[in-house]
Design a protein around this ligand. Structure first.
Ligand SMILES: [Fe+2]
Length: 247
């Protein structure tokens, strides 16, 4: 198994570019929690970066989500899949005007463009995974902050009903994709997206997400996506991150 430390970005990131991209992402999606986490990154780059986009530093140890998500899954999901999207994106934008743009701008600029599908897919997958890791935390789940809980009650009748909708979206997404809690104007909504797509392309503001690509759960749960989704909702979702994104 490849440990994520083998692929950790601290030694290779171009910090300025990393912060620029992350800050833009935070502005575009209200990613307050991640931007604070990014702001805490202090290690300067020790080696030249391979491209303008960098793999975010995971906000916890690769074993921190165990047993809901094992270190083995994190090793492949973060260290291989997520890193792969970053590497592919860097190759695809090399020498183009998009190489100098923040990640969220690349996503917005390529969404729905049939000539830019590969760039969109990899850029959006980097964005989505950055958001996914921030949507989870060790010892998560439980009750959301009051401000978010009230919105959940207004939109779905109760916090439990909102969680049920999130699970339904995770299970209802046919094939690879994502389940999201998002804001549509001032109203809370649960949506699902296929493959690399995300709610920002439809004018929604994501609050948190659950990755339902098989690579997110197959090593731990095989085909039991429902068990994965339930465990993530009950034990890992970072409701504080979601509430922070309301602002
Ligand atoms: Fe994933």
């Amino acid at each position: 198994m490849t440990r994520i430390d083998d692929n950790a970005p601290a030694g290779t990131m171009d910090r300025r570019r990393f912060l620029l991209g992350a800050a833009s992402l935070a502005v575009a999606a209200g990613l307050g929690g991640l931007s604070r986490q990014v702001g805490a990154q202090a290690a300067p780059p020790a080696a030249p970066t391979a491209g303008p986009f960098t793999l975010m530093k995971l906000p916890y140890a690769d074993s921190a989500l165990d047993p809901v998500i094992s270190a083995n899954t994190i090793g492949f999901h973060y260290g291989k899949h997520h890193k792969g999207y970053v590497d592919n994106l860097n190759k695809l934008v090399a020498g183009t005007e998009l190489a100098d743009k923040p990640l969220a701008t690349v996503v917005a600029a390529t969404a729905g463009n049939p000539d830019k599908v590969a760039i969109f897919n990899n850029a959006a997958q980097v964005w989505n995974h950055d958001f996914y890791w921030a949507s989870l935390k060790p010892g998560g789940g439980g009750e959301p902050p009051a401000v978010l809980g009230k919105l959940m009650e207004t939109a779905f009748g109760s916090v439990a009903a909102c969680k049920d909708e999130l699970k339904k979206a995770a299970l209802g997404q046919f094939g690879s994709g994502w389940a999201w809690l998002a804001l549509d104007g001032g109203k809370l909504v649960v949506v699902k997206t296929a493959n690399a797509d995300n709610p920002t392309t439809k004018g929604l503001k994501p609050l948190l997400t659950i990755d339902v690509w098989e690579h997110a759960y197959y090593l731990d749960y095989q085909n039991r996506r429902a068990d994965y989704a339930q465990a993530v909702i009950d034990k890992l979702l970072n409701w504080g991150f979601a509430a922070g994104n309301l602002a």
